[in-house]
Design a protein around this ligand. Structure first.
Ligand code: MOS
Length: 742
């Protein structure tokens, strides 16, 4: 092959960039299929009850619309997620406000919505639990309650080790819901096919999830389901499992009218009736030696799963696997539970249980340092995991460990020690309190536990003529481009493996009609796992090109001789990775990305307004494929985490989310964005070339505790619940100091 500098590690323009900048990319709502009808979902207004009857008010002319209810579902009434408990449309029982009970299809979206207003649901209310707080109270009283999932992580004998520890630090930590707030709301089109099958086109992360979770209810084999992504305007996990539900509602509308049906949520529906980040409660009891060595960690980790399990078990697994990470400790016990409430099912959101875990844990670690009489950074440096150490599941860190390097680098770049010593600590007479805080964290890259081994995801590479008639490579993956730049990073990896110019590589939008099941676009796995699999497939295919000649010449000759070629490959984990799902011991992830966040804050002592002025973020994400995109991921994730920490408040009032618009659900604007110092250290995952470890989620994991710790340094007040808003600061000030202002 010709000598050329690798494109991995460079920052070429995004493959999808120009179409998006010019307004040519077609999002789901831009698609106007012939004869398309519009769907509207009729929902329960009761959190828990018996659905006794649905009545269609004769004051409305029902001949103008088509209606589907649970009775019209061709197959079993189930959306087949992890435990198959969730119906496609509620049948005899409703379990949350907003649960779909019927779908209306009409020539216009306005008429569909109007018709829904004439449906009368006769629901006999049953007792409902609608908050995690109620579940925590029962848990603390030792009462029985239904858990959607339970799992423990056990290492050594933590309770015994805690008993005679010289220092014990206890604490309870909480976080509320968080809304993904992708720019483009949920949108889906269902097209009934002449052969009885289905085509779906929508805004989604996981095309094969829709195939696998919905085909039974629709009464067709998976082979008669085709799903493709339109351009996707952001997802953040919010389009992981939810689109399977929306596809089901659209399909029911399409069954009723026999035409394609499109459902596009407006922002209010999207906030009110889609999945959110799980509310969280944890309790830590940690034993320390007098010198600050961590002797034992005991943690209860609770999530509010909502009315149905969906994928909350796996969210909780990731949570408990991160809830005692990063530090050496021989005795660990983490008890994870998913509470059942009569609320919208909680779902995937960037970080997937880890941001909650680190909010509690990295706040607690700061308190542990203080209890041991150490600075927060000295304590972390003393205990940080390093190459050769063992995680809470007994995983030995054998390669690719950017700890403690990321911690040391971030501390130096932020001049942490000096700034920390100068923090205000709530001193009287200062107009502005200043403080600095840090967090240290890791993110398991790829699916949790045996996930990658079980799904054996597949990719294909084709050598063929591209749209200009010249030879090139086409990467066929079901991994979606949702704005994160994945298809550009994957094309870079293919280009290097094949020694082919990037301009000759295509990575089309995900379409199950052409692409094998590469697994879902989740878990920070796409660049690492799918990229590595594409790398191997491209190497293998291009081994058939004659050596020495430029790519196009060699490809021309091979095409002339053999015609188009396709290489399909299943992913296999490196053989030295072992995980025992029954004991939750072993290699929980093939590798970890490592991160340190340092936040600098200012608090106005007159208004208690909080400004995060600067964030220093150093991360080891393995090989950095595209530095500009990676930095974008980090800055975007940090901004989302900033909102989680000090702005985004979402609770439940009378069974409903208490905010459903951007007027009441407050997120950061550009004016709130701090100065970022983003840096990367590369400790590549050599067993999965080219060695990326994923950057999608880790930027969301650690900023909330860094900000909470900085607020402690600034104000002297420790907060155990996020978001921490000016009114929370002031309430605590009044509570501890009586009244008045500093
Ligand atoms: Mo995700 S939160 O693994 O889509």
């Amino acid at each position: 092959m010709q000598n050329r500098p690798p494109i991995v590690g460079q920052s070429p323009p995004r493959l999808d960039g120009m179409d998006k900048a010019r307004g040519l990319a077609r999002y789901t709502d831009d698609l106007q299929p012939e004869g398309c009808r519009h769907g509207f979902v009729v929902r329960s207004t009761v959190a828990h009850g018996r659905l006794k009857a649905l009545r269609f008010d004769p004051a409305f002319d029902w001949s103008r619309v088509a209606v589907a209810t649970a009775r019209d579902i061709p197959g079993p009434n189930v959306l087949a997620m992890h435990d198959r408990s969730m119906p496609l449309l509620a049948d005899d029982t409703v379990r949350y406000i907003g649960e779909p009970i019927a779908v209306i299809a009409a020539p216009t979206a306005r008429l569909a919505r109007e018709a829904a207003g004439w449906v009368r649901a006769d629901i006999e209310p049953l007792p409902a639990t609608t908050t995690l707080a109620a579940c925590v109270e029962r848990f603390l009283r030792g009462e029985e309650q239904p858990w959607l999932a339970r799992q423990t992580v056990v290492k050594g004998d933590a309770e015994a080790a805690l008993n005679d520890a010289p220092i014990v630090v206890e604490g309870v930590y909480e976080a509320g819901y968080q809304e993904q707030l992708y720019l483009e709301p949920q949108a889906m089109i269902a097209y009934p096919q002449p052969d009885g099958g289905w085509l779906f086109e929508g805004s989604l992360q996981c095309p094969y999830y829709v195939v696998n979770e919905l085909h039974e209810a629709l009464g067709v084999p998976a082979s008669k389901m085709r799903v493709r992504q339109a351009a996707v305007g952001g997802a953040f996990g919010g389009k992981e499992e939810f689109p399977s539900m929306l596809a089901g509602y659209a399909a029911m509308g399409a069954l009723a009218c026999g035409k394609p049906v499109k459902i596009v949520y407006d922002r209010q529906q999207d906030i009110a009736f889609t999945t959110k980040r799980h509310p969280y409660w944890s309790r830590y009891r940690v034993g320390l030696e007098r010198d600050g060595t961590i002797r034992a960690i005991v943690c209860d980790y609770l999530l509010n799963g909502g009315a149905y399990l969906t994928l909350s078990d796996v969210v909780m697994y990731r949570g408990i696997l991160h809830a005692a990470m990063n530090y050496r400790c021989r005795h660990v016990f983490v008890d994870g539970r998913v509470a059942m409430t009569h609320t919208f099912p909680s779902g995937a959101f960037r970080g997937f249980g880890a941001p909650q875990a680190f909010w509690g844990w990295e706040t607690h670690v700061d308190r542990m340092a203080e209890a041991a009489g150490m600075s927060p950074h000295a304590f972390r440096l003393k205990n940080a995991l390093a190459l050769g150490d063992t995680t809470p599941t007994g995983q030995v860190l054998r390669e690719s460990v950017g700890s403690p390097a990321v911690l040391e680098t971030a501390l130096a770049r932020a001049d942490f020690d000096r700034t920390w010593r100068a923090s205000s600590r709530g001193r009287a007479g200062e107009r502005v309190w200043k403080g600095i805080g840090l967090s240290f964290f890791a993110h398991g890259a790829g699916f949790t536990g045996d996930g990658e081994a079980r799904i054996a995801s597949r990719v294909a590479i084709e050598l063929d003529r591209l749209e200009d008639g010249r030879p090139g490579l086409i990467a066929r993956v079901s991994s979606t481009e949702m704005g994160q730049g994945a298809h550009t990073a994957l094309a870079q990896i293919v280009a290097d493996a094949a020694a082919c110019p990037l301009e000759r590589v295509r990575c089309p939008l995900a379409d199950t009609g052409f692409a094998p099941d590469s697994g879902p676009t989740v878990a920070s796995r796409t660049t690492m796992i799918v990229g590595s699999n594409l790398h191997a497939a491209a190497l293998s295919l291009c081994a058939r090109l004659e050596a020495g000649a430029p790519f196009e010449e060699a490809a021309e000759r091979l095409l002339a001789r053999e015609g188009p070629l396709r290489e399909e490959r299943a992913f296999a984990l490196p053989p030295d990775i072992h995980w025992d799902q029954s004991t939750f011991c072993g290699d929980a992830y093939p590798a970890y990305a490592w991160g340190c966040n340092i936040a600098e804050v200012e608090v106005d002592t007159l208004t208690f307004e909080i400004r995060v002025t600067r964030v220093t973020s150093c991360m080891d994400i393995g090989r950095v494929i595209h530095p500009v995109l990676a930095q974008g991921q980090v800055e975007g994730g940090l901004t989302q985490a900033l909102g989680y920490a000090v702005m985004e408040a979402l609770g439940i009032r009378e069974g409903r989310f208490d905010a459903d618009r951007l007027q009441t659900y407050i997120i950061p604007t550009t004016l709130d964005v701090p100065v970022f110092d983003v840096s990367f250290l590369e400790y590549p995952c050599d067993s999965l070339p080219p060695g990326a470890k994923g950057v999608g989620e880790i930027p969301m994991d650690g900023l909330a505790p860094a900000i909470g710790n900085a607020l402690y340094a600034a104000t002297g007040m420790r907060f155990h619940r996020i978001p921490i808003r000016p009114e929370d600061l002031y309430a605590r000030w009044v509570e501890t100091k009586g009244a008045g202002f500093p």
